[in-house]
Design a protein around this ligand. Structure first.
Ligand code: VGL
Ligand code: ZN
Length: 203
């Protein structure tokens, strides 16, 4: 057989959802510009996984549930937490994937942030850094050891996922031209530095 896709290589597409695209509730500048490039990259991988931010309306990461301002920070039992505009509420159009994303190619769609009391930026662990999403087991069971991450947002869900994947011993690349950032108070530079420090390849 020729052109076999590398069976150890997975593309993980982080949160390419309407609420993170222009016009959405937590719009990331240029969020929609990466969709065509992500679809094209899918052909290079033996596995494609999509993540989907998937919050109940009463989620503790929503500023509206604290009568606080969006983008302010509060102390949660697990540490500081940014409060966000209400976004990616389960079953809403905002939580749906961008309609041009080739979701049909996905082997797995992993949802995160569904527990009301814990946010989950990373595709591997929730923000308490201990509650697993199950994605590590899926990757190991399929022998997927080389992970390439793309999507939204570079400095939150992509970076947290990349840091956790590196910590778990996966070989991790973030394809930065297929990501877009929120960049809250220097968060982009900070997270890029952290990713480099743990050996994540920024391609
Ligand atoms: C995200 C903030 C809140 C992300 C998700 O996908 O980067 N950021 N929820
Ligand atoms: Zn969220």
């Amino acid at each position: 057989m020729t052109n076999a896709l590398p069976t150890t290589n997975a593309l993980i597409v982080i949160d390419v959802q309407n609420d993170f695209c222009p016009g959405g509730a937590l719009a990331v500048k240029g969020g929609d510009e990466i969709v065509a490039g992500i679809n094209a990259r899918m052909a290079d991988f033996g596995a494609v996984v999509l993540t989907q931010d998937w919050h109940p309306a009463r989620h503790s990461s929503f500023a509206s549930n604290h009568s606080a301002d969006p983008f302010s920070t509060i102390e949660m039992p697990y540490g500081p937490q940014v409060l966000w505009p209400t976004h990616c509420v389960q079953g809403t159009d905002g939580a749906a994937f961008h309609n041009a994303l080739n979701a049909d190619r996905a082997d797995l769609i992993i949802r995160k942030g569904f527990r009301p009391q814990i946010d989950s930026y990373s595709a591997f662990f929730e923000n308490d850094q201990t509650t697993p999403t199950g994605l590590e087991g899926y990757m190991r069971n399929r022998g997927l050891t080389k992970l390439t991450l793309v999507g939204l947002a570079t400095d939150f869900c992509v970076a947290y996922s990349a840091l956790d994947a590196a910590k778990l011993g996966f070989d991790v690349t973030v394809q930065i031209d297929l990501c877009r950032a929120i960049d809250l108070d220097g968060s982009l530079a900070g997270m890029i530095a952290q990713m480099k420090a743990v050996g994540v390849v920024l391609a």
